[in-house]
Write a protein that binds this ligand. Structure first.
Ligand code: ZN
Ligand code: ZN
Length: 129
């Protein structure tokens, strides 16, 4: 019987799904199906083992969402007073502005500016990592 590759003492009954090493019961994590050495490595790394949505995509989505909310807010605020409004929608990295009423272009510019600030914040947040 092969000896555990982690502690080298107990007989190995399990195979780590990460490094394929033979490990004993006490050196094997049945939940993660890996040895404790791989478990420690996995917890040290900042990336989860499973496939995750990339960070930039989430940020882009959040910024797009925030910009859309901002646009809707502007539309609502202005809609009460002067009957004009603007909306910024992010299609990927391309902002599309929609507006109506006499102050549409001003509102669209403000909404675009807020979007640009959001993108800048996103950009610097990415750089800071
Ligand atoms: Zn062991
Ligand atoms: Zn392992």
């Amino acid at each position: 019987m092969a000896k555990c590759e982690v502690c080298g003492k107990s007989p190995a009954h399990y195979v780590c799904q990460r490094c394929r090493g033979l490990v004993c019961e006490s050196c094997f994590d049945s939940l993660m199906q890996t040895c404790v050495a791989c478990l420690n490595q996995a917890s040290e790394g900042d990336k989860p083992v499973g496939a995750a949505v990339p960070n930039w995509f989430l940020r882009l989505f959040l910024v797009g969402f925030a910009a859309t909310v901002t646009g809707v807010l502007l539309m609502l605020l202005s809609g009460i007073g002067e009957g004009s409004g603007a909306l910024v929608i992010l299609i990927g990295p391309v902002p599309v502005t929609l507006g109506y009423g006499p102050h549409a272009s001003t509102l669209a510019a403000v909404a675009l500016m807020l979007t640009a600030i959001g993108i800048m914040v996103m950009f610097f947040a990415r750089r800071g990592r």
